[in-house]
Design a protein around this ligand. Sequence first.
Ligand SMILES: Cc1ncc(COP(=O)(O)O)c(C=O)c1O
Length: 397
Amino acid sequence: MINSELSHLRGSPFDALRSLLDPLAPVPDIDPTILTIGEPQHKPPQLMIEALRANEHLYGKYPPVGGTAELRGAITGWLSRRYELPEGMIEADQNIAPVNGTKEALYMIASVITERAGHNQPKPVILLPTPYYHVYHAAAVMAGAEPIFLPAGQKSHFFPDLDALTPELLDRTSAFYLCNPSNPQGTVASADYLAETLALARKHDFMLIVDECYSEIYDKTPPTGILEICAKAGGALDHVLAFHSLSKRSSAAGLRSGFCVGKSDIIKTFLNLRNFAGAASPLPVCAAAAALWNDDTHVTENRSLYREKFDMAEEIFGSNFGFYRPEGGFFLWLDVGDGVEAAKRLWTKAAVRVLPGKFLSVPGPDGVNPGDPYIRVALVSPPEDSKEALTRLANSL
Ligand SMILES: Cc1ncc(COP(=O)(O)O)c(C=O)c1O
Protein backbone atom coordinates (compact mmCIF):
# COMPACT_ATOMS: atom_id res chain seq x y z
CA MET A 1 0.00 0.00 0.00
CA ILE A 2 2.89 2.33 -0.68
CA ASN A 3 3.30 4.60 -3.71
CA SER A 4 5.75 2.70 -5.90
CA GLU A 5 7.40 5.95 -7.05
CA LEU A 6 8.92 6.15 -3.56
CA SER A 7 11.21 3.26 -4.46
CA HIS A 8 12.92 5.56 -7.01
CA LEU A 9 14.00 8.12 -4.42
CA ARG A 10 17.74 8.39 -4.00
CA GLY A 11 19.21 8.36 -0.51
CA SER A 12 20.04 11.60 1.22
CA PRO A 13 23.74 12.57 1.00
CA PHE A 14 23.68 13.20 4.73
CA ASP A 15 22.44 9.67 5.48
CA ALA A 16 25.24 8.34 3.28
CA LEU A 17 27.69 10.50 5.19
CA ARG A 18 26.43 9.24 8.55
CA SER A 19 26.83 5.62 7.39
CA LEU A 20 30.36 6.40 6.24
CA LEU A 21 31.64 8.38 9.22
CA ASP A 22 29.55 7.46 12.27
CA PRO A 23 31.32 4.11 12.74
CA LEU A 24 34.67 5.93 12.81
CA ALA A 25 35.97 7.80 15.85
CA PRO A 26 37.35 11.28 15.27
CA VAL A 27 40.80 12.00 16.60
CA PRO A 28 40.47 12.66 20.37
CA ASP A 29 41.32 15.98 22.07
CA ILE A 30 40.12 18.13 19.16
CA ASP A 31 36.66 19.65 19.07
CA PRO A 32 35.09 18.30 15.87
CA THR A 33 34.31 20.83 13.15
CA ILE A 34 31.31 20.14 10.93
CA LEU A 35 31.77 21.53 7.41
CA THR A 36 29.18 19.35 5.72
CA ILE A 37 25.81 21.05 5.80
CA GLY A 38 25.18 24.50 4.29
CA GLU A 39 23.97 25.89 7.59
CA PRO A 40 25.64 29.25 8.27
CA GLN A 41 26.96 29.54 11.82
CA HIS A 42 27.27 33.34 11.70
CA LYS A 43 25.26 35.13 14.36
CA PRO A 44 21.70 35.74 13.10
CA PRO A 45 20.91 39.44 12.74
CA GLN A 46 19.62 41.20 15.86
CA LEU A 47 16.81 42.80 13.85
CA MET A 48 15.38 39.35 13.23
CA ILE A 49 15.36 38.53 16.95
CA GLU A 50 13.76 41.91 17.72
CA ALA A 51 11.02 41.46 15.12
CA LEU A 52 10.25 37.96 16.41
CA ARG A 53 9.98 39.28 19.99
CA ALA A 54 7.91 42.32 19.02
CA ASN A 55 5.40 40.04 17.30
CA GLU A 56 5.33 37.13 19.71
CA HIS A 57 1.72 37.90 20.69
CA LEU A 58 0.77 36.69 17.17
CA TYR A 59 1.87 33.07 17.64
CA GLY A 60 -1.69 32.18 18.63
CA LYS A 61 -3.08 33.09 15.21
CA TYR A 62 -3.28 30.88 12.15
CA PRO A 63 -1.17 32.63 9.52
CA PRO A 64 -2.43 33.17 5.95
CA VAL A 65 -0.92 30.82 3.36
CA GLY A 66 0.32 33.72 1.24
CA GLY A 67 2.07 35.46 4.12
CA THR A 68 1.39 39.10 5.00
CA ALA A 69 1.15 42.12 2.73
CA GLU A 70 4.08 43.57 4.68
CA LEU A 71 6.25 40.55 3.83
CA ARG A 72 5.25 40.42 0.16
CA GLY A 73 5.94 44.16 -0.04
CA ALA A 74 9.38 43.77 1.54
CA ILE A 75 10.25 40.93 -0.87
CA THR A 76 9.10 42.94 -3.88
CA GLY A 77 11.10 45.93 -2.68
CA TRP A 78 14.22 43.81 -2.30
CA LEU A 79 13.83 42.19 -5.73
CA SER A 80 13.37 45.58 -7.39
CA ARG A 81 16.41 47.03 -5.57
CA ARG A 82 18.66 44.04 -6.06
CA TYR A 83 17.90 43.49 -9.74
CA GLU A 84 16.95 47.04 -10.71
CA LEU A 85 13.64 45.83 -12.09
CA PRO A 86 11.27 48.22 -13.83
CA GLU A 87 8.42 49.52 -11.73
CA GLY A 88 5.41 47.18 -11.81
CA MET A 89 7.27 44.16 -13.19
CA ILE A 90 6.74 42.33 -9.90
CA GLU A 91 3.43 42.88 -8.14
CA ALA A 92 3.55 42.00 -4.45
CA ASP A 93 0.07 40.48 -4.44
CA GLN A 94 0.35 38.65 -7.77
CA ASN A 95 3.84 37.33 -8.24
CA ILE A 96 5.15 36.35 -4.79
CA ALA A 97 4.54 33.20 -2.79
CA PRO A 98 6.27 33.36 0.60
CA VAL A 99 7.27 29.84 1.68
CA ASN A 100 8.50 28.27 4.90
CA GLY A 101 11.95 27.45 3.54
CA THR A 102 12.64 26.89 -0.14
CA LYS A 103 13.49 23.22 0.29
CA GLU A 104 9.92 22.02 0.53
CA ALA A 105 8.71 24.63 -1.98
CA LEU A 106 11.28 23.48 -4.57
CA TYR A 107 9.89 20.01 -3.97
CA MET A 108 6.23 20.92 -4.21
CA ILE A 109 6.46 23.13 -7.28
CA ALA A 110 7.29 20.18 -9.55
CA SER A 111 3.82 18.70 -9.04
CA VAL A 112 2.21 22.06 -9.74
CA ILE A 113 3.73 22.35 -13.17
CA THR A 114 3.97 18.73 -14.31
CA GLU A 115 1.10 16.99 -16.06
CA ARG A 116 0.95 13.24 -15.28
CA ALA A 117 1.52 10.98 -18.27
CA GLY A 118 -1.55 9.25 -19.67
CA HIS A 119 -1.76 5.47 -19.99
CA ASN A 120 1.05 4.17 -22.26
CA GLN A 121 2.44 7.64 -22.75
CA PRO A 122 6.05 8.48 -21.94
CA LYS A 123 6.55 10.36 -18.70
CA PRO A 124 7.38 14.04 -18.89
CA VAL A 125 11.00 14.82 -18.18
CA ILE A 126 12.45 17.00 -15.44
CA LEU A 127 16.03 18.07 -16.08
CA LEU A 128 18.45 18.59 -13.23
CA PRO A 129 22.19 19.07 -12.98
CA THR A 130 24.59 16.57 -11.48
CA PRO A 131 26.08 17.28 -8.96
CA TYR A 132 22.73 18.40 -7.61
CA TYR A 133 20.67 19.48 -4.63
CA HIS A 134 18.95 16.22 -3.68
CA VAL A 135 15.48 17.77 -3.39
CA TYR A 136 15.23 18.37 -7.18
CA HIS A 137 15.38 14.65 -7.86
CA ALA A 138 12.76 13.73 -5.27
CA ALA A 139 10.54 16.50 -6.64
CA ALA A 140 10.77 15.08 -10.14
CA VAL A 141 10.09 11.49 -9.06
CA MET A 142 7.09 12.33 -6.90
CA ALA A 143 5.63 14.57 -9.62
CA GLY A 144 5.51 11.47 -11.83
CA ALA A 145 8.26 12.72 -14.13
CA GLU A 146 11.41 11.05 -15.38
CA PRO A 147 14.39 12.83 -13.80
CA ILE A 148 17.22 13.27 -16.27
CA PHE A 149 20.58 14.27 -14.89
CA LEU A 150 22.66 16.69 -16.92
CA PRO A 151 26.40 16.52 -16.21
CA ALA A 152 27.62 19.89 -14.94
CA GLY A 153 31.37 19.52 -15.22
CA GLN A 154 34.32 21.86 -15.24
CA LYS A 155 34.33 22.23 -19.04
CA SER A 156 30.96 24.02 -18.97
CA HIS A 157 31.75 26.13 -15.88
CA PHE A 158 29.90 23.54 -13.78
CA PHE A 159 26.55 24.18 -15.47
CA PRO A 160 24.75 21.76 -17.80
CA ASP A 161 25.91 21.96 -21.40
CA LEU A 162 22.88 23.33 -23.26
CA ASP A 163 24.24 22.20 -26.65
CA ALA A 164 23.90 18.60 -25.50
CA LEU A 165 20.10 18.90 -25.16
CA THR A 166 18.18 17.57 -28.13
CA PRO A 167 14.91 19.17 -29.30
CA GLU A 168 13.16 15.81 -28.67
CA LEU A 169 14.29 15.83 -25.04
CA LEU A 170 13.37 19.48 -24.57
CA ASP A 171 9.92 18.88 -26.05
CA ARG A 172 9.28 16.23 -23.38
CA THR A 173 10.57 18.45 -20.60
CA SER A 174 8.19 19.95 -18.05
CA ALA A 175 10.82 21.60 -15.85
CA PHE A 176 14.52 22.33 -15.69
CA TYR A 177 16.06 22.92 -12.24
CA LEU A 178 19.06 25.23 -12.30
CA CYS A 179 20.99 26.28 -9.21
CA ASN A 180 22.73 29.62 -9.60
CA PRO A 181 25.25 30.13 -7.98
CA SER A 182 25.86 26.43 -8.34
CA ASN A 183 25.93 24.16 -5.32
CA PRO A 184 28.40 22.55 -4.67
CA GLN A 185 30.82 24.11 -7.16
CA GLY A 186 30.25 27.83 -6.44
CA THR A 187 30.27 29.04 -10.03
CA VAL A 188 27.94 31.70 -11.42
CA ALA A 189 26.01 31.38 -14.69
CA SER A 190 26.62 34.15 -17.22
CA ALA A 191 23.77 36.37 -18.38
CA ASP A 192 24.11 34.77 -21.83
CA TYR A 193 23.76 31.30 -20.40
CA LEU A 194 20.66 32.28 -18.45
CA ALA A 195 19.16 34.00 -21.49
CA GLU A 196 19.80 30.94 -23.61
CA THR A 197 18.18 28.65 -21.03
CA LEU A 198 15.16 30.94 -20.77
CA ALA A 199 14.84 31.02 -24.56
CA LEU A 200 14.84 27.19 -24.60
CA ALA A 201 12.16 27.13 -21.90
CA ARG A 202 9.97 29.44 -23.94
CA LYS A 203 10.59 27.66 -27.21
CA HIS A 204 9.97 24.16 -25.81
CA ASP A 205 7.31 25.14 -23.29
CA PHE A 206 8.88 24.02 -20.02
CA MET A 207 9.35 25.78 -16.68
CA LEU A 208 12.79 27.07 -15.84
CA ILE A 209 13.10 26.80 -12.05
CA VAL A 210 16.04 28.83 -10.86
CA ASP A 211 17.20 28.19 -7.32
CA GLU A 212 18.97 31.42 -6.35
CA CYS A 213 19.32 30.73 -2.63
CA TYR A 214 23.07 31.45 -2.73
CA SER A 215 22.73 34.62 -4.81
CA GLU A 216 23.66 37.01 -1.98
CA ILE A 217 26.84 35.22 -0.95
CA TYR A 218 29.30 36.21 -3.64
CA ASP A 219 32.92 37.15 -3.89
CA LYS A 220 33.21 40.05 -6.34
CA THR A 221 30.22 40.53 -8.64
CA PRO A 222 26.55 40.10 -7.72
CA PRO A 223 25.28 37.09 -9.70
CA THR A 224 22.85 37.99 -12.47
CA GLY A 225 19.35 36.95 -11.49
CA ILE A 226 16.91 35.29 -13.88
CA LEU A 227 14.51 38.20 -13.27
CA GLU A 228 17.07 40.56 -14.81
CA ILE A 229 17.07 38.39 -17.90
CA CYS A 230 13.26 38.51 -17.97
CA ALA A 231 13.38 42.30 -17.58
CA LYS A 232 15.78 42.61 -20.52
CA ALA A 233 13.48 40.42 -22.61
CA GLY A 234 10.49 42.73 -22.00
CA GLY A 235 9.51 41.93 -18.40
CA ALA A 236 7.21 38.92 -18.85
CA LEU A 237 7.58 36.09 -16.34
CA ASP A 238 6.42 33.29 -18.62
CA HIS A 239 8.18 29.94 -18.14
CA VAL A 240 10.20 31.12 -15.14
CA LEU A 241 10.12 30.62 -11.40
CA ALA A 242 12.88 31.84 -9.09
CA PHE A 243 13.40 30.78 -5.48
CA HIS A 244 15.12 32.85 -2.81
CA SER A 245 15.82 32.13 0.82
CA LEU A 246 16.85 33.90 4.00
CA SER A 247 18.77 30.84 5.18
CA LYS A 248 22.06 31.80 3.55
CA ARG A 249 21.51 35.53 2.87
CA SER A 250 20.69 36.30 6.49
CA SER A 251 22.23 33.26 8.25
CA ALA A 252 18.71 32.33 9.32
CA ALA A 253 18.26 28.68 8.31
CA GLY A 254 16.13 28.03 11.40
CA LEU A 255 13.67 30.81 10.56
CA ARG A 256 12.49 28.69 7.59
CA SER A 257 11.66 31.54 5.29
CA GLY A 258 11.99 32.13 1.59
CA PHE A 259 9.84 32.85 -1.42
CA CYS A 260 9.02 31.88 -4.95
CA VAL A 261 8.47 34.54 -7.63
CA GLY A 262 6.75 33.91 -10.93
CA LYS A 263 3.80 34.59 -13.16
CA SER A 264 0.56 35.28 -11.33
CA ASP A 265 -1.38 32.24 -12.58
CA ILE A 266 1.29 29.79 -11.40
CA ILE A 267 1.73 31.60 -8.09
CA LYS A 268 -2.03 31.53 -7.53
CA THR A 269 -2.20 27.80 -8.29
CA PHE A 270 0.81 27.11 -6.11
CA LEU A 271 -0.73 29.00 -3.19
CA ASN A 272 -3.99 27.17 -3.75
CA LEU A 273 -2.21 23.81 -3.43
CA ARG A 274 -0.43 25.14 -0.36
CA ASN A 275 -3.84 25.74 1.22
CA PHE A 276 -4.01 21.96 1.55
CA ALA A 277 -0.40 20.87 1.72
CA GLY A 278 1.83 23.71 2.79
CA ALA A 279 2.59 24.99 6.26
CA ALA A 280 2.17 28.78 6.32
CA SER A 281 4.84 30.76 8.16
CA PRO A 282 3.81 31.99 11.63
CA LEU A 283 3.06 35.73 11.73
CA PRO A 284 6.11 36.59 13.89
CA VAL A 285 8.24 34.80 11.27
CA CYS A 286 6.61 36.85 8.49
CA ALA A 287 7.43 40.02 10.45
CA ALA A 288 11.05 38.96 10.99
CA ALA A 289 11.40 37.97 7.33
CA ALA A 290 10.02 41.34 6.22
CA ALA A 291 12.57 43.10 8.45
CA LEU A 292 15.38 41.02 6.90
CA TRP A 293 14.35 41.62 3.27
CA ASN A 294 14.09 45.34 4.04
CA ASP A 295 17.67 45.46 5.29
CA ASP A 296 20.80 45.04 3.16
CA THR A 297 23.39 46.13 5.73
CA HIS A 298 23.51 42.81 7.55
CA VAL A 299 23.89 41.04 4.20
CA THR A 300 26.90 43.16 3.27
CA GLU A 301 28.44 42.36 6.65
CA ASN A 302 27.67 38.67 6.18
CA ARG A 303 29.33 38.69 2.76
CA SER A 304 32.46 40.24 4.16
CA LEU A 305 32.79 37.34 6.64
CA TYR A 306 32.68 34.90 3.73
CA ARG A 307 35.29 36.92 1.84
CA GLU A 308 37.51 36.74 4.89
CA LYS A 309 37.16 32.97 4.77
CA PHE A 310 37.79 32.79 1.00
CA ASP A 311 41.02 34.76 1.68
CA MET A 312 42.02 32.26 4.35
CA ALA A 313 41.23 29.32 2.12
CA GLU A 314 43.21 30.84 -0.75
CA GLU A 315 46.20 31.35 1.52
CA ILE A 316 45.97 27.82 2.92
CA PHE A 317 45.28 25.89 -0.30
CA GLY A 318 46.95 28.06 -2.95
CA SER A 319 46.56 26.08 -6.15
CA ASN A 320 46.51 22.72 -4.35
CA PHE A 321 43.56 20.36 -4.69
CA GLY A 322 42.22 22.36 -7.63
CA PHE A 323 41.33 25.21 -5.26
CA TYR A 324 39.60 28.24 -6.76
CA ARG A 325 37.73 31.05 -5.04
CA PRO A 326 34.00 30.39 -5.34
CA GLU A 327 32.29 33.12 -7.37
CA GLY A 328 29.17 32.58 -5.31
CA GLY A 329 27.94 30.49 -2.39
CA PHE A 330 30.15 29.29 0.42
CA PHE A 331 31.40 25.87 -0.60
CA LEU A 332 34.89 24.76 -1.58
CA TRP A 333 34.84 22.01 -4.17
CA LEU A 334 38.24 20.40 -3.78
CA ASP A 335 39.72 17.76 -6.03
CA VAL A 336 41.37 15.41 -3.56
CA GLY A 337 41.63 12.30 -5.77
CA ASP A 338 39.25 10.11 -3.76
CA GLY A 339 36.59 12.09 -1.88
CA VAL A 340 35.33 9.18 0.22
CA GLU A 341 38.81 8.24 1.44
CA ALA A 342 39.61 11.90 2.11
CA ALA A 343 36.40 12.37 4.14
CA LYS A 344 37.29 9.34 6.27
CA ARG A 345 40.86 10.54 6.76
CA LEU A 346 39.80 14.08 7.63
CA TRP A 347 37.37 12.82 10.23
CA THR A 348 39.71 10.31 11.88
CA LYS A 349 42.90 12.40 11.67
CA ALA A 350 41.67 16.00 11.87
CA ALA A 351 38.13 15.79 13.36
CA VAL A 352 36.81 17.73 10.37
CA ARG A 353 33.66 16.44 8.73
CA VAL A 354 33.24 17.12 4.99
CA LEU A 355 30.96 15.70 2.33
CA PRO A 356 32.36 13.42 -0.42
CA GLY A 357 31.39 14.71 -3.88
CA LYS A 358 30.22 11.22 -4.78
CA PHE A 359 27.19 11.65 -2.50
CA LEU A 360 26.07 14.70 -4.49
CA SER A 361 26.36 13.26 -8.01
CA VAL A 362 25.31 10.25 -10.02
CA PRO A 363 27.44 8.03 -12.26
CA GLY A 364 27.39 8.90 -15.97
CA PRO A 365 26.68 6.39 -18.78
CA ASP A 366 30.31 5.23 -18.46
CA GLY A 367 29.60 4.20 -14.85
CA VAL A 368 31.99 6.81 -13.52
CA ASN A 369 30.72 9.18 -10.86
CA PRO A 370 32.18 12.61 -11.69
CA GLY A 371 31.89 13.58 -8.01
CA ASP A 372 34.30 10.79 -6.96
CA PRO A 373 37.47 12.93 -6.79
CA TYR A 374 35.89 15.80 -4.87
CA ILE A 375 34.97 16.86 -1.38
CA ARG A 376 32.57 19.68 -0.56
CA VAL A 377 33.69 21.92 2.28
CA ALA A 378 31.03 24.29 3.65
CA LEU A 379 32.69 27.46 4.93
CA VAL A 380 29.93 27.95 7.46
CA SER A 381 31.86 28.38 10.72
CA PRO A 382 32.66 31.91 11.88
CA PRO A 383 36.01 33.16 10.51
CA GLU A 384 37.78 32.77 13.87
CA ASP A 385 37.06 29.00 13.88
CA SER A 386 37.53 28.48 10.16
CA LYS A 387 41.26 29.18 9.89
CA GLU A 388 42.20 26.54 12.40
CA ALA A 389 39.80 23.99 10.89
CA LEU A 390 40.96 24.65 7.31
CA THR A 391 44.60 24.37 8.35
CA ARG A 392 43.88 21.06 10.05
CA LEU A 393 42.02 19.96 6.94
CA ALA A 394 44.80 20.96 4.52
CA ASN A 395 47.47 19.31 6.67
CA SER A 396 45.59 16.02 6.72
CA LEU A 397 44.75 15.74 3.03
C1 LIG B 1 20.87 24.52 -3.49
C2 LIG B 1 19.93 24.68 -2.34
N1 LIG B 1 18.68 25.02 -2.59
C3 LIG B 1 17.77 25.18 -1.60
C4 LIG B 1 18.14 24.98 -0.28
C5 LIG B 1 17.08 25.10 0.77
O1 LIG B 1 17.22 26.18 1.60
P1 LIG B 1 16.07 26.60 2.62
O2 LIG B 1 15.05 25.50 2.66
O3 LIG B 1 16.75 26.76 3.91
O4 LIG B 1 15.47 27.85 2.07
C6 LIG B 1 19.45 24.61 0.03
C7 LIG B 1 19.84 24.37 1.42
O5 LIG B 1 20.90 23.97 1.77
C8 LIG B 1 20.38 24.46 -1.03
O6 LIG B 1 21.65 24.13 -0.81
